[in-house]
Design a protein around this ligand. Structure first.
Ligand code: R1P
Ligand code: URA
Length: 368
């Protein structure tokens, strides 16, 4: 790893995680509990900086405070918790499902069993709003992590998890996207196979309005490959749940904005993106989807010195040709089915648990 490996000092008694008693529980109930606990924590903010939620009476989500941060290069606290995601070694499994929203994460957490039978799922929300849920899927330890939106957040999720997870990792992104052309259609689940490329807005092209520039306003990267076996496993599992007609694959385009770099236009800004999608399809006739994180995930996996395998599948909810948008109920149905496919693909992936630095002594939440 490029960063200094995190060492975990002995657990502080007051901060020790106790598995909350949550299971079985629906996503809606989980959502309500998280909201109640947020409310409670705001009310008790003086005492709530560093506290164990399980001792607070709500028994749901652990919210560590940010204290004792050291190491400006790769900040961690005294327990070895990362600065943005807030997790430490033993709390995150080496199979990770990365999702964009909390609602999607909680819905898919319904398919996890508690790490320890009879207890709850491990749930931790960082002060930056990254939610980590760890449990088992058909017996295999697995974490679902809310990544939110954009490449910077994907970077936090991949790097900070790499720093606290032992052994080889597999990360699958389940997201939503815009469909550019067939085979991607409204409601398709599209696996980024062979991979993804990156569209970036170039600020050097934007001077005063009307001023000519010979700098192109958007740049296209070369394609970045996804993990072939993991992508194929994802397509296989998705076809079982959605039917072969519901699943396809193709090159994904990851943009650094939902708006300008995806060719959307508004009257408020000078974006110079009228020909962006046509230019994209001219350079990459095989591009089928547009979204905002996959290329970052694949790029970091490629640069992870062989320690991370990554793949992504996205649900097409915006048709960029017809301008149609998928209904909320259908989106949710697809998130459930595609989410289970991602969980199954991750669970069936063989990983080398002996890879990389290991810390001694502390017990993962799934072995407590
Ligand atoms: C934009 O609406 C968001 O939706 C897509 C984009 O990548 C971006 O994050 O994915 P998620 O549904 O996973 O957030
Ligand atoms: N997410 C995106 O980034 N773009 C879309 O068009 C839809 C979802």
């Amino acid at each position: 790893m490029g960063s200094t490996p995190v060492t975990t000092p002995a657990c502080r008694p007051q901060a020790r995680w106790r598995p909350p008693r949550l299971s079985p529980i629906t996503a809606r109930a989980l959502c309500r509990r998280i909201q109640r606990q947020r409310h409670w924590q705001t009310a008790c903010s003086a005492a709530g900086a560093q506290q164990d939620a399980a001792q607070g009476g709500w028994g749901t989500v652990y919210r560590p405070g940010k204290t004792d941060i050291t190491d400006a290069n790769f900040p961690v606290d005294g327990e070895g918790r990362t600065y943005h995601l807030g997790t430490k070694r033993g709390e995150v499994a080496n199979r990770i499902l990365s999702v964009g929203s909390e609602k999607r994460a909680l819905m898919l957490a319904e398919y996890l069993e508690p790490a320890v039978p009879g207890q709850g799922l491990f749930m931790l929300e960082s002060s930056r709003g990254f939610l980590t849920i760890t449990g088992r899927y058909h017996g295999t330890p697995l974490s679902i992590i809310v990544t939110h939106m954009g490449m910077a957040n994907a970077d936090f999720v991949v790097r900070e998890n790499r720093a606290v997870v032992e052994g080889e990792m597999a990360i699958v992104r389940l997201g939503t996207c815009g469909a550019l052309q067939p085979p991607a259609r409204l409601g398709s689940f599209v696996v980024a196979d062979p991979g993804a490329m990156l569209i970036r807005r170039n600020p050097d092209a934007f001077g005063l309005e009307g001023e000519q520039s010979d700098v192109p306003p958007y740049t296209f990267s070369r394609p970045i490959p996804s993990d072939t076996a993991l992508s194929q496993a994802l397509q296989h599992e998705a076809a079982l749940l959605l039917g072969p007609e519901g699943v396809c694959c193709g090159l994904n385009a990851t943009a650094d904005s939902f708006y300008s770099s995806q060719g959307r236009s508004t009257a408020w800004f000078d974006d110079r993106n009228e020909s962006l999608l046509a230019d994209l399809l001219c350079c990459y006739p095989e591009a089928v989807t547009l979204e905002m994180e996959t290329a970052m995930l694949l790029d970091l996996a490629r640069c992870s010195r062989g320690s991370i395998r990554a793949a992504a599948g996205v649900i097409a909810l915006a048709d960029r040709t017809s301008n149609d948008f998928l209904g909320a109920d259908r989106t949710q149905q697809l998130e459930r089915a595609a989410g289970q496919a991602c969980l199954a693909a991750l669970a069936h992936t063989q990983l080398d648990d002996t890879w990389g630095p290991h810390h001694n002594g502390s017990t993962p939440v799934w072995l407590l």
